[in-house]
Design a protein around this ligand. Sequence first.
Ligand code: SAM
Length: 292
Amino acid sequence: DYKDIATPVRTRMLLEKHGFSFKKSLGQNFLIDTNVINNIISASGITEQSGVIEIGPGMGSLTEQLAKRAKKVVAFEIDQRLIPVLEDTMSPYDNVTVINEDILKADVQQAIETHLHDCEEVLVVANLPYYITTPILMGLLEKHLPIKSYVVMMQKEVGERLSAKPSTKSYGSLSIAVQYYTTVEKVMIVPKGVFMPPPNVDSLVVKLTSLDQPAVQVEDEALFFKLTRGAFVQRRKTILNNYMSLIKDSKMHKESIINWLQSAGIEPTRRGESLTLQEFAELSNKFKENVE
Ligand code: SAM
């Protein structure tokens, strides 16, 4: 019987056996600590009825623990050099499907329908490739997929942004977008030393639980997201100035922007970083009646 993959001994053995070398450009920092994996697993609330989507299985350190506990695991791995490694390490498990695709291009809905249709719930559990954390999460959230929760490890600073509250340094359009779809909890801080090779930054495991309804009622989601992003383009400027640049191509004059802000109860001199999700929702819902 082998040791767990997430140990220095077994990881080195596999690297040597398969002649594998890490690609920094793909965010390849593999976990070599079983405690961290156990904490991720228990935060995920995985059961024998769960279907799990993993992004970036690497050599399978997390995948094998998911396979032992879940009904099925579907893992998206972009690096084709890892496919034979995973065939080797996942050979004891008959409930793992590895898909050699870029998660940003993959049809995740289709994968859920094909592989996880007989599972009671779908969970995402992953040690993400840090260079694309935001597009991965936003891509999945915006598609309104039937995913119950996400337990994901990312760069600490990005994790802080996901959970940030208004009027803090980390609060921005990413906080708003994620909190629109989910409730966010920090699970644990993870030091650099538990990875091979160690990354340059500390990490944070975050749990996102999908809301049944978005956190605030918004009539036009595209407009809501445009306005939340536009409010932070120049963080130190007022919301009025940011929106004057955002809307400068349209026929909307300064006065009508001020009227619109005030109709939503927002003082034009405030900064975007002080606005709550509710206030951004109010602003986007009042936009059309003030412009058209
Ligand atoms: N899960 C493994 C672990 O914890 O030991 C590896 C995690 S490593 C931080 C990130 C993994 O994501 C790597 O295996 C990398 O090849 C893969 N990856 C990078 N970009 C990807 C993409 N666009 N789509 C799918 N996988 C990707």
